[in-house]
Design a protein around this ligand. Structure first.
Ligand code: NAD
Length: 407
């Protein structure tokens, strides 16, 4: 079988199929990534997969679509980002679909694992294949539900699957049943697509609510987390979302936006989704105001040390990370900003408002903590020595509540 796009979604999927005994051809347009994988070197920071793939003898990484010409099925795991217009950038998906149209054998199955707005698989994949003379190919959609950094097993998360027709559904379902503990068919491609977007929109709205609620609690003189602790004792009808410095990452902001755009285009008014997006945009700017309030003096000249830059705990991803905005705006206000994030690679830069690299603290030491006028906790990585922060920092703005929880 083939996997197109060997990133955060495609590579673990390829590894799961190799583990299940399949031969997998992995196609990626990034030649460097393919070389690394072919040499058994990891390309995903949090998952050591490459050596196992190489040792299995059942995995081939390639940039050449022709190598998929014997594959009876191909999973498409390419990015589906937003274009500058705010609409879906169809480029990577269209390129992948065209490549498959050119090489897959008659009657093969194409499963889209990438996230798409409702109607995407039908028009951009099934329609495009038909227009390229490949109406013989079966088409299914099975949205990925990875939870980066959480250490959750891929196979344990129920897998939605939908087909353009019964044959496509049957084929995709029986393949995924070789790998996933639970495969859940949906009644149409669009239901599966919309379910994925709704799951992430749900998180977006609830994170916005948690942050708005925390601001209300602060105004009311209440500890928001104490209220959440109390509310979370309710055994039904409540799922806890904690406040933080803002929402980031690659998927949730994008998927909420894709859903809002699709709804608007269809004549609906997704006001809650759009309001949540505005709350997310404002949140890091409020953190900067909270820094000034905590300092009790102007930001200009204050030494501020940021702890954690990744968008969430235990990942090394900084896409749309609120910390990047906090760092930039603190620097713009004249603060001397430094940062520490043990998970980010040595070449990672956090920039000020003029694009200049801000100083990085490779190691977290008591001296740096005590020298800072303010330490701002932005990401609660488990590997940070929170006891050291507790005992050494003179003033802390803890946007994650990690010091309260005992680290
Ligand atoms: N990473 C996640 O946590 C996650 C979770 C659920 C859903 N998704 C969705 O899955 C899809 C893939 O996301 P990802 O995080 O794996 O992306 P990624 O950027 O980590 O990896 C994508 C890979 O595809 C390759 N690629 C791009 N265009 C290609 C093409 N035309 N042909 C061959 N290779 C190509 C890139 O070089 C890259 O290696 C997106 O739609 C995303 O929204 C991601």
């Amino acid at each position: 079988m083939g996997v197109v796009g060997l990133g955060g979604v495609g590579l673990p999927l390829a590894a799961a199929y190799v583990d299940a005994g399949f031969r997998v051809v992995g196609l990626d347009r990034d030649a460097q990534r393919v070389r690394e994988l072919a040499a058994g070197r990891d390309v995903l920071r949090h998952q050591a997969l490459a050596a196992g793939l190489l040792e299995s003898g059942r995995f081939l990484a390639t940039t050449d679509p022709e190598r998929l010409s014997h594959c009876a099925a191909a999973f498409v795991c390419v990015p589906t980002p937003l274009a500058a217009s705010g609409l879906l950038d169809e480029g990577p998906l269209s390129t992948a679909v065209a490549a498959l149209a050119g090489v897959l054998p008659r009657g093969a199955l194409v499963v889209i694992e990438s996230t798409l707005p409702p109607g995407g698989t039908r028009t951009l994949v099934a329609g495009a294949l038909a227009a390229q003379g490949r109406a013989d190919l079966l088409v299914a959609h099975s949205p990925e539900r990875e939870d980066p950094g959480a250490g959750r097993s891929l196979r344990a998360v129920p897998k939605l699957v939908a087909g353009r027709d019964e044959r496509s559904l049957r084929a995709a379902r029986s393949l995924h049943e070789c790998v996933f503990d639970s495969v859940v068919p949906t009644e149409s491609l669009e239901v599966a697509e919309a379910a994925k977007l709704y799951e992430n929109a749900y998180r977006s709205v609830n994170i916005a609510l948690a942050n708005e609620f925390a601001a209300a609690c602060a105004a009311l003189g209440l500890d928001a987390r104490a209220v959440l602790d109390a509310a979370a004792t309710k055994p039904f009808g409540f799922q806890r979302f904690d406040p933080g410095p803002g929402m980031g990452g690659h998927c949730i902001p994008k998927d909420a936006r894709l859903l809002a755009n699709a709804a608007r285009a269809a004549g609906a008014s997704p006001e809650l989704l759009e309001l949540a997006a505005r709350i997310h945009e404002r949140r890091p700017l409020l953190v900067v105001e909270e820094c000034a309030a905590k300092l009790g003096r102007p930001l200009a000249g204050a030494r501020v040390l940021l702890l954690g830059v990744a968008y969430k705990r235990d990942v090394d991803v900084t896409t749309h990370a609120p910390a990047l905005v906090v760092a930039r705006e603190l620097a713009r206000a004249g603060a001397e900003v430094g940062w520490h994030d043990p998970l980010l690679s040595a070449d990672r830069v956090v920039a000020d408002h003029a694009g200049r690299a801000l100083p990085r603290f490779e190691r977290l030491e008591a001296e740096a903590l005590s020298r800072a006028d303010l330490v701002v906790v932005l990401t609660d990585h488990r590997c940070i020595d929170w006891d050291l922060v507790r005992t050494s920092a003179r003033a802390v703005l803890d946007t994650r509540g990690v010091l309260r929880q005992g680290g």
